[in-house]
Design a protein around this ligand. Sequence first.
Ligand code: PMT
Length: 221
Amino acid sequence: VTEPDLRGRHVVVSAGGTREPLDPVRFLGNRSSGKQGYALARTAAARGARVTLVSANAGLPEPAGVDVVPVGTAVQLREAVLKAASDADAVVMAAAVADFRPATYAAGKIKKKDGEDPEPIVLVRNPDILAEISADRARPGQVIVGFAAETDNVLANGRKKLDRKRCDLLVVNEVGERKTFGSEENEAVVLGADGSETPVPYGPKEALAETVWDLVARRLG
Ligand code: PMT
């Protein structure tokens, strides 16, 4: 039986991967399917929360009882997260957000020219949404959770990221064949700004989501 320990709370979850367009047919993107973020949204709703799910290119069925805000790019995701976070008790950033976007957008499809080398793609920095909402909390006591998908020095990189982005919790998941991007399962360690480490063994993405909400609920009191 699920405890309604998030009843009366508003939580915001970001899911999926942003796409940064180059021209009308091409984009820079990543392998996020949205499954981890959707599992977070479903489990929060089951625990009684009002849930806003900011969904970037996930293409998954809308979870029942969840307010879904579809977005495409990192800039759009920022707008939607800032708006929803203004009255939120917790924000969980499970989305894979592009750190950079193409400096220019070509209104027409970029053509290859015979015998010529391709033009280099110039990138500019996207806003860091997690760092921004953590530095400038919309409400006192708001709990902010980040995610980090790492390929090496997983825990050390995760700890550095948590310190840099100043969130309360950071879920570190190691990129692998049968976990993180695209799969039904995941495995992680949830790092706390208080120095805590909560390992979550390999299992369904819902199980990791439940642990995240346990830790959030404890911090909300
Ligand atoms: O969607 P799935 O297929 O289920 O896969 C789940 C997942 C692997 C995408 C998810 O578990 C995950 O790890 N998400 C974060 C991916 C990542 O590597 O994030 P990052 O290290 O680039 O960013 C760290 C944190 O800052 C994240 O919370 C991210 O949302 C946030 N961020 C990043 C860049 C940016 N410009 N703004 C941000 O807010």
